[in-house]
Design a protein around this ligand. Sequence first.
Ligand SMILES: Cc1cc2nc3c(=O)[nH]c(=O)nc-3n(C[C@H](O)[C@H](O)[C@H](O)COP(=O)(O)OP(=O)(O)OC[C@H]3O[C@@H](n4cnc5c(N)ncnc54)[C@H](O)[C@@H]3O)c2cc1C
Length: 532
Amino acid sequence: MANQPHEHCDFLIIGSGAAGLLTAMKLAPHGKVVLINKGGPADSNTYYSQGGIAAVMDERDSVESHVTDTLAAGAGLCHEDVVRQVIGMGRTIIEELLAFGTPFDTLDASLDLTREAVHSHRRIAHVQDATGKAIVQTLLQHADNHANVRHLQQHVAVDLITSARLGEGPQRNTCIGAYVLAPSGQIKTITASHTILATGGVGKVYTVTTNPHAATGDGIAMAWRAGCEAMNMEFMQFHPTCLYNPQGSTMMLTEALRGEGALLVDRGGRRFCFDYHEAGELAPRDVVARAIDHEMKKSGSDCMFLDARSIGEDKIRHQFVNTNQRLLDVGIDMSNELIPVVPAAHYMCGGIRTGIDGTTSIPHLYVIGESACTGLHGANRLASNSLLECLVMAEKCAARVLAGGNLPVRRKVPLWDTSGIRPEFERVPIKHNWDEIRATMSNYVGIVRSNERLRRAQRRLHLIQEEIMAYYWQHPVSQELIELRNLSIVAELIVRCAQRRRESRGLHYSTDYPETLPAATDTILTPGAEEA
Ligand SMILES: Cc1cc2nc3c(=O)[nH]c(=O)nc-3n(C[C@H](O)[C@H](O)[C@H](O)COP(=O)(O)OP(=O)(O)OC[C@H]3O[C@@H](n4cnc5c(N)ncnc54)[C@H](O)[C@@H]3O)c2cc1C
């Protein structure tokens, strides 16, 4: 324990996706930034985001129209003041990214704006079909060249350090940094005047997800353990058509395929979407996801199938170059074969309850990006609004931090306690609990919920949590164990939020409460509060 390192910085930023990177660039001129991520630049949701960023950049478009589209998608639950602030900053954000050098696609010297889902105008700024990767690469280059930014890769935040944790009384609870697992296996103590969690989403809580490994909800779980409230976590967005590939990674199959005539069929070749919606395969995303889920549950099948053969080989080779190539790489020729598909966990609309500047109930602790819930998305996210929210939050968070003043430097903070730790002889219990949580969530807390399914999930999660807690404090801390503890907390928060909502709204559908209530209310969970 004596050799555990301790360092102090002005700003500790945990996560280097869009939200963390832009915050780092905004704060770097004002003090020492320590920026950490747990798996390298590619292990973030930002890196995989394809479509782009929604922003009003065209004269024929208007902020009012973008606001209207966002409110419609959110099914009555969006916070309109937040929507107006975020949407109103779209142009500023795009101009800022351009100034950093982001190579957005252009057409005749203007931005090449595309149209997506239910946006009523062309307003998606993009870099081919790999926008997030371009943003990460651009911002990372600036961050890594800034003298005030220390970028620690493969470092995993374990827990926040708060004055309450140090026994200094809940009234004065303040965040003073975090314990971080270094690649050497040592736990570093990093104290900071301001700690910003930008740890992204929670997709890994489900068996099939579009999210990369990093998405284990670490920031949400850390903030919850420290005493922050969680909000609207029942609203998990599922992408309807992802490749079913139990032996390997999955991939999203763009909705444009259905737009061009691809059909959804069961194993026997029967089209089923018209049983659910008059628009068939072109029904809204959540309806198609529910239809696939229902057919799978009814028939006990592992997947349904996308039949893209009618699109024709020529069009497939020209219009769907990447999709076609990636499918060929896993042995599927979409011109001649059916593609096995399942809905996949994609985006968490809820998270830690924050202001638009990331402020939480704990002074000097901020949560931004996908880990936060500001009220922008309400009960369903409008496509391409999430990167915009990350970047607006980064701007506003940095301004708030700079207005807030620094904490006095803490020289004496207890190091991570390793007493009573026994060597670990096998990893099987961790792997088993990981699989169990993900299967439980997929089977019982997926696209369609019921009281009975949620009860079953809750019972199983409690048992798993008991096992994790018994294991956690007796064995050396590892990335898998940290993530497992966090996954189990995030899973429980999703179940508890889903149990609280006694209606169906947006992304949350319950067979016991199929109606939407006249008044829309947020689901808010407070740590330590008894369940109603
Ligand atoms: C396939 C896909 C396509 C998408 N397409 C779009 C799109 O076109 N438009 C759009 O607006 N949105 C899109 N989204 C959603 C959008 O990408 C995310 O909401 C957004 O990028 C989240 O950014 P973030 O900065 O909050 O988190 P992330 O980009 O996920 O970054 C999280 C960071 O936190 C780090 N981290 C996590 N836990 C820890 C820990 N314990 N210790 C240290 N570091 C940690 C990770 O290593 C990572 O660096 C898409 C998402 C996916 C998965």
